[in-house]
Design a binder for this molecule. Sequence first.
Ligand code: SOE
Length: 388
Amino acid sequence: MGKQLRIGMIGYGFMGRAHSNAYKRLNDFFPVEHRIVLQVACARNEEKARAFASNWGYQRFETDWRKVVEAPDVDVIDICTPNDTHQEIAIAAARAGKMILCEKPLARTVAEAQPMVDAVEQSGVPNMVWFNYRRVPAISLAKQLIDEGRIGRPFHYRSNFLQDWTIAPDVPQGGAALWRLDVQAAGSGVTGDLLAHNIDTAMWLNGPITRVVAKTETFVKERMHQLTGKVEPVGIDDACAFLAEFANGSIGVFESTRYARGHKALKTLEMNGADGSLSFNLEECEYLDFFEYTQKETGKSTESHVRGWRRIHVTNGEHPYMNRYWVPGLVIGYEHTFLNALADFVAGLESGVKVQPDFRNALQTQRVCEAVIQSGRTGAWVATGVEA
Ligand code: SOE
């Protein structure tokens, strides 16, 4: 029997469930040595903590996260709480020598995120931020094709994340489930919640973003706050569109909103290079579309009468992660992106290769988010300060 990895889960919402599912399935699907143990689940509300722990099979529950961080029988702290709590928990966990898996975005601001990076680096604890979309097999395949030089010199990167769940002005802000609308808890709106994913993927695929100029908008200016019961100003960005310059000379266009009527999670990316293009849409997440202009094998361009977009059904054993699941042609989904991320994290512990995105890497995404928000306020181009 391999070493145990005893999980202390802090938070019980949507992400608490997504991560718990990954913990439960890891040893069924991936040949790692560590055995996952669902040790303790934590929520402030005792009833919720008990129910969550019992539903997902955690051995016990706590209502104070500090007890989990200090517990000698916990190896990994998983932070699934609202963004305003990430820093305190992460720093305490790092000081207690725990490994840390933190939900995205790393924090609300760069100033808040930097000490988190310092804390994990000083204590040397393994750490990762759950930017799960990198682990969609089709997006991982895009990375592979880019690294193989199949699209050549990149010119364009464009990416969307569109939702429509906050259009009604009577949706409250704050409190359970709706903290994403409360700027105190979230730090920002769609920029930190949705575009952070797109920025993480973009910099993974296409390198550092150096400058941005943004337009942000808050369509509903006041909402009832669930915690105070009062109508209060809304401080988040409901929508954000920004232009980006990449260090490699290509340009990017990003858009996100929670006001795109009819779209629940339309998340897309496209890259255009001199030798080819790639396109992905989360609603058809088992496909990667590839336009091959120059054949890598021959160096010649495909004859024009047969040139065209190719749909790659990313379900073969040679595609990223897919040899762990079913047989060619059979698809996996959203929940597997967390499982794949966890598998990489644990495999990294065993091989000694640091998994990405770690806190330091996620700090770069935080820098871009912050530059976007700042530019949204002033309308000016803002340098991101991302390390090249
Ligand atoms: C918001 O609706 C949300 O759940 C984000 O918080 C997640 O990070 C994103 O993956 C899906 O949308």
